[in-house]
Design a protein around this ligand. Structure first.
Ligand code: DLL
Length: 433
């Protein structure tokens, strides 16, 4: 099923003509209303009139998180506050948070995008959606909420936290879909099992999971523990919130980018050079319909790959592969680049390990060291010490073979590592402190 058949299946050339028209309009508007863009376009010697094809976009300067911080809180808004009906903010790990704004029409656009996501997940107005994304400044809660209402499903505005209560609601209200981070889906599965609830017997059918990187192996774990189809949803507050792209239940392979609202590029994160579709690089988005907070060539730091192959669901939008990590989360261990998600994939492929792990990076003298703590299953934990040591060696060897980094592996007791209600924080980089 497709929510907006007309736009989601536009033939490529019609879509691109629409993108160009919308792009010209937004460029013209930001040039005249946002100081940063006037300055940066002038400095780069480009003007909105230069846009005669979509390729001309490559000549315009990037916008970065730094630009957002420098203009904190409201400096990049393109409309007066009287036209803004909503503010959200994302909590940056460093410095000030990023503030984003919406006009009434932006909220309408965002709700439609989220409605498209739910329909792509196979949901209808007969579904009940348990929304465990946090409500508040985070875009996850309200973004999903408005989309669920827009497509006519019944939404339970659960928000994050209070895990026991969530399980009661899951049992009593019988929601058929759940929205939360993949790590929280696991937390719920585990907490339910602990109090003797058969989490596979709930009415849940599908999970709309995102807001953090996760692996294919993590998907299998979640699907198995909750007996659901787990689908990936991507988005970031700066661009609109959740609903920038979504996996369809028919394809389950890569997230369709809603290209009638966003133009995507992939670039080499080191040089800024634009890469051809199909090559992995940093995603860059330009919003072409947003009113309050348009963004031109925004560098996301998220590493992915654009897939141009057609999908059997019938949507014509290009897809993006699951995000393999953020260029600023990439760990450089003795010169070798590794993403936490690559380590996760290796760990999850080994039997007896639980999907709960922590990566600790330290500097001893001039050398970086990586320690991986990973929980083992109850069964393995009661095995002999010799067995456990053998398993640790095997994991170290796999990590070395696949990723080329040396890691000390420490198997830890089941349920001993921290659990998360929102985004998981699995890396402890002691070199930074
Ligand atoms: O996380 C919006 C969101 C809410 C997306 C709910 C999906 C579901 P921010 O807090 O601004 O917004 O964080 C955005 O989260 O740049 C990615 O690094 C990461 N991220 C979001 N979705 C995914 C995903 C929301 N499906 C940042 N896979 C982004 C991997 C994701 N990373």
């Amino acid at each position: 099923m497709i929510y907006n058949e007309e736009f989601e299946t536009l033939p490529r050339e019609v879509l691109e003509a629409l993108q160009l028209k919308r792009l010209r309009q937004v460029m013209e508007r930001v040039y005249h209303t946002v100081g940063l863009y006037r300055k940066s376009f002038d400095e780069a010697g480009v003007s909105p009139e230069d846009l005669t094809s979509l390729n001309d976009l490559h000549r315009f300067p990037f916008t970065t998180k730094g630009d957002l911080r420098d203009n904190y809180p409201f400096g990049l808004f393109a409309v007066p506050m009287s036209n803004i009906v909503r503010l959200h903010a994302s909590s940056g790990t460093t410095g000030k948070s990023t503030v984003v704004a919406y006009t009434r029409r932006d909220i309408e656009t965002w709700s439609e995008l989220m409605a498209r996501c739910f329909v792509a997940a196979g949901l209808t107005r007969n579904d009940i959606i348990h929304n465990a994304y946090g409500y508040g400044l985070f875009t996850g809660g309200l973004g999903a909420h408005y989309g669920a209402e827009k497509m006519g499903a019944s939404v339970i505005p659960m928000s994050g936290g209070n895990t026991k209560r969530q399980i009661t609601i899951l049992q009593d209200f019988g929601p058929t879909a759940i929205c939360c981070t993949p790590s929280y889906a696991l937390t719920l599965a585990e907490a339910g099992a602990e109090i003797g609830v058969d989490m596979r017997a709930l009415k849940l059918r599908v999970g709309i999971l995102g807001a953090e990187p996760w692996s294919e192996q993590m998907r299998s774990e979640i699907e198995d523990k909750l007996d659901i189809t787990a689908l990936n949803i991507y988005g970031l507050s700066e661009v609109i919130g959740p609903g920038v792209s979504m996996e369809c239940i028919e394809g389950r392979n890569g997230m369709h980018i809603f290209e009638d609202h966003f133009i995507v590029e992939t670039i080499d994160p080191d040089t800024g050079a634009v890469l051809p579709p199909g090559e992995a690089g940093e995603l860059v988005f330009t919003t072409i319909t947003k009113e309050a907070f348009p963004l031109i060539r925004y560098r996301t730091r998220d590493i992915s790959r654009i897939m141009t192959e057609p999908c059997r669901c019938g949507r014509n939008f290009f897809r993006m592969e699951r995000v393999s990590g953020r260029s600023d989360d990439m760990l450089i261990i003795r010169g070798v680049n590794v993403f936490p998600s690559q380590i996760e994939s290796i760990l999850m492929a080994i039997e007896g390990l639980e999907p709960h792990y922590q990566l600790i990076v330290e500097r001893t003298g001039t050398l970086d060291t990586l320690t991986i703590k990973v929980e083992v299953s109850d069964k393995i934990f009661s095995d002999e010490v010799r067995m456990l040591q053998g398993l640790e060696r095997r994991i170290s060897k796999d990590i070395k073979d696949y990723l080329g980094v040396t890691a000390a592996v420490r198997l830890v007791e089941p349920k001993s590592l921290q659990r998360f209600e929102g985004k998981a924080e699995r890396v402890v980089d002691k070199r930074r402190s």
